[in-house]
Design a protein around this ligand. Structure first.
Ligand code: EPZ
Length: 420
């Protein structure tokens, strides 16, 4: 258990190089087992989720070495196709290994990933897609026992909703399916295009990522040696900008892709922030006297990202007027707001809607991080509060933010992270 201690009221200023994207590196590390090969990934963030994925790869029999932001994976030999329950519990998104292991080993065994702090996290769409490709999946006693007795064959897969994880699992498994697979109503997030680029570097034939229809020509993978630089994290980018908007200041992000979070930039601009973008940087200036933006309505990309909803909500706690947030992706993504009210925020939630009434001031208070982005939202609120805040965190924030305390300190914040 850790405690984030934050002395609020300090403006942020300076420049920060944004880390590699957690939600891009995880499926790419799973993809590295698709065929015997050597993978060298750069710009890999130092995160708990990446550490857990490295443990999963080693458990499968891969050689994995890490040196700074470089991770090297040797997938020449896969000893087993099972992921133990302890690792599945630690990282529910490791379900994306299912498609990769079926493609490489023709069988896989892992426990059902649990729900999480955002509400139920079913994987029915993942299983539907893999079954369409020929997988036989037995759901027994909380385990998924999967095999491909008749091999994998290309299929037309129509996703009822553009699930990111189901799209990724289908893409990975389809790489070993004979013939063409068409994934309709595919997720369009930038991380899907990043995965397509990596798969094609392995020799796969993937196209259409970023659109609603992804095509995979299967059966093309051979032993490989590949290098790949992980794209910048668009949600971490949004986090630093929301923190500067809330606390006030002048912050520049380096090595980012502004078009990946243009909806967030638009909302922050509506709040009254000055924003200057180039192809790979964003500079935000804020006097911390914000006004309420137009309603923030989350949805599948390119809509406003659900992961940035808590961050934007925290930035609007003192905005003049009433800010409205509609969460259309997860059922229970407002739990963190209860903790924000401890700092004096005025928030009313009703189902998928949160209404924030701007207050003149927030005051530091003890609080608890409920989840990854909810914890980041609490830190943003604490930075803009008067006085000190202690946030109890069971490791949520460190799952997705690399050296966040150091980076905020370099921008002028007074933040310390200590074990409790
Ligand atoms: C990915 O989760 C991200 N995680 C999430 O980021 C992100 O919030 C989400 O996509 C949406 O953008 C990773 O990439 C590791 P989904 P994923 O499948 O793949 C329902 C963060 O903070 N659904 O697009 O799990 C599901 O319950 C995390 O970095 C089904 O009903 O998201 C949810 O309501 C949080 N059946 C909605 O779809 C399924 O089989 C979106 O889920 C799969 C999903």
């Amino acid at each position: 258990m850790s405690v984030w201690h934050i002395e609020g009221g300090r403006r942020l200023s300076g420049s920060v190089a944004v880390q590699g994207a957690k939600n891009a590196v995880l499926p790419i590390m799973a993809a590295s087992v698709l065929a015997p090969g050597e993978t060298e990934l750069t710009n890999v963030p130092e995160l708990r989720d990446v550490d857990a994925t490295i443990r999963i790869l080693r458990g499968l029999g891969c050689g994995v070495e890490r040196s700074g932001d470089i991770v090297r994976i040797d997938s020449a030999y896969i000893a087993r196709s099972e992921i133990p329950h302890s690792l599945m519990r630690e990282l529910r998104s490791s379900v994306v290994f299912l498609g990769a292991l079926l493609a490489r080993c023709c069988h896989a065994r892992l426990s059902m990933p649990g729900g999480c702090e955002l509400g139920p996290r079913p994987i029915d769409l993942h299983l539907m897609a893999l079954r369409a490709l020929g997988a036989e999946i037995d759901e027994r006693a909380g385990e998924l026992i999967c095999s491909t007795p008749n091999g994998l064959r290309g299929a037309a897969i129509a996703l009822p909703m553009p699930s990111v994880g189901a799209t990724e699992n289908a893409m990975l498994c389809a790489c070993a399916a004979e013939g063409e697979t068409v994934i309709m109503n595919a997720a369009r997030e930038p991380e899907i295009a990043e995965l397509q680029g990596f798969l094609n570097a392995l020799g796969a034939g993937v196209s259409g990522a970023g659109s609603a229809t992804v095509r995979v020509r299967g059966g093309a993978l051979r032993p490989f040696r590949v290098g790949h630089r992980i794209m910048p994290d668009r949600i971490v980018s949004a986090t630093y900008l929301a923190a500067c908007a809330a606390a006030g200041g002048d912050v520049e992000l380096r090595g980012v892709e502004p078009r990946h979070f243009s909806t967030v930039l638009h909302s922050l601009s509506e709040c009254g922030c000055d924003i200057i973008t180039t192809g790979c940087s964003v500079r935000l200036r804020s006097a911390a006297l914000l006004r309420a933006p137009m309603p923030v309505i989350t949805g599948p990309y390119p809509a406003f990202p659900t992961d940035a909803q808590p961050l934007m909500l925290a930035a609007c706690l003192k905005a003049k007027g009433t800010s409205v947030f509609v969460e259309n992706v997860f059922q229970n993504r407002f739990r963190f707001t209860e903790e924000l009210t401890r700092l004096g925020a005025r928030i009313h939630t009703e189902g998928r809607v949160a209404v924030v009434t701007g207050v003149d001031a927030l005051h530091g208070a003890p609080a608890v991080a409920t989840d990854l982005r909810g914890g980041a939202a609490l830190i943003i609120a604490a930075l803009s509060a008067e006085g000190a805040t202690d946030i109890l965190d069971s490791g949520h924030v460190e799952r997705g933010y690399e050296r966040f305390d150091e980076r905020l300190g370099e921008l002028g914040a007074e933040v310390s992270l200590r074990d409790k």
